[in-house]
Design a protein. Structure first.
Length: 269
């Protein structure tokens, strides 16, 4: 396995002091009703750039076809979901889903009987990462779903999380409904190509089985591409062990390899 690559180590090397990792909002995406023309996009861009967390020269990306505006959030400025929604309304449009990409360290803050289970820490408020089951379910099922997604195994590691803002009251910390996440600290990444990964349940079974292995941090299984992406620690199991675990589920692994290059922020080169 490759040497452990860590964004946290890079941060410490350029002058950050050791201590609890802070969560940081990197990008904001908001779905907008009424975004119909270039002039609409210009009005949104002009209003969004009045926000404290948006640089005046920031690149605002708008999609008229999909009714979405995306923009980066300034480092060191606390994210204010209510202010973003207000800016969209003042531009003359109706804000809908608000999605953010956040980096930080996952902390398990409660047991399976509590509603709040995983958190990222921010200077101004706790950012709660919630997993919402697709259908109504009890807390045990929510906990098991997070275990299948690998979130519990990633506790204390720095991660990049994308999710929809669930609450943005001025009196309470805002929270996220998790869409997807990836670790920023890991030793290697493995790609497995599989025959007959036919449905979402197949993907979930595969993710759950692999994340039970020591040394596996996170797994993404995509039944539409028949591809499984595995993030591991230094003490990760051999490729043969990963292959055997997948094939015990009844799937055939047609190809498996370790990615040659990994960037320091956890993205493939």
């Amino acid at each position: 396995m490759k040497l452990f690559r860590s964004v946290l180590a890079v941060a410490l090397s350029v002058g950050f002091i050791a201590g609890p990792a802070l969560a940081a909002v990197e990008q904001v995406s908001v779905r907008v009703d009424g975004l119909a023309c270039p002039f609409c996009a210009y009005n949104i861009e002009k209003r969004v750039k009045t926000l404290e967390g948006v640089e005046r020269d920031a690149r605002i990306v708008t999609s008229i076809e999909h009714g979405i505006a995306k923009f980066p959030w300034k480092s060191g400025i606390a994210f204010d979901p209510a202010a973003v929604r207000t800016a969209i309304r003042e531009a003359g449009f109706t804000p809908r889903e608000l999605t953010v990409t956040v980096t930080g360290a996952i902390q398990v803050s409660s047991n399976r009987d509590a509603q709040t289970m995983l958190e990222l820490v921010d200077e101004d408020a706790k950012l709660t990462v919630l997993v919402t089951p697709r259908e109504r379910a009890d807390q045990r099922e929510s906990w098991d779903q997070m275990r299948a997604l690998g979130l519990l195994q990633a506790a204390k590691l720095r991660v990049r999380v994308e999710g929809e803002v669930r609450a943005d009251s001025a009196d309470t910390p805002w929270s996220l409904i998790l869409h997807k996440w990836a670790p920023l600290e890991y030793a290697a990444q493995v790609i497995a190509e599989i025959d007959d990964l036919a449905c979402e349940q197949c993907s979930t079974r595969t993710m759950r089985a692999l994340t039970e292995l020591d040394g596996v941090i996170h797994v993404e299984a995509d039944y539409e591409t028949d591809r499984v992406h595995i993030w591991t620690r230094d003490e990760a199991p051999d490729l043969s062990v990963l292959r055997d675990r997948i094939e015990t589920l009844g799937f055939k692994v047609t190809h498996m390899h370790e990615l040659d290059e990994v960037s320091v922020d956890g993205r493939d080169k």
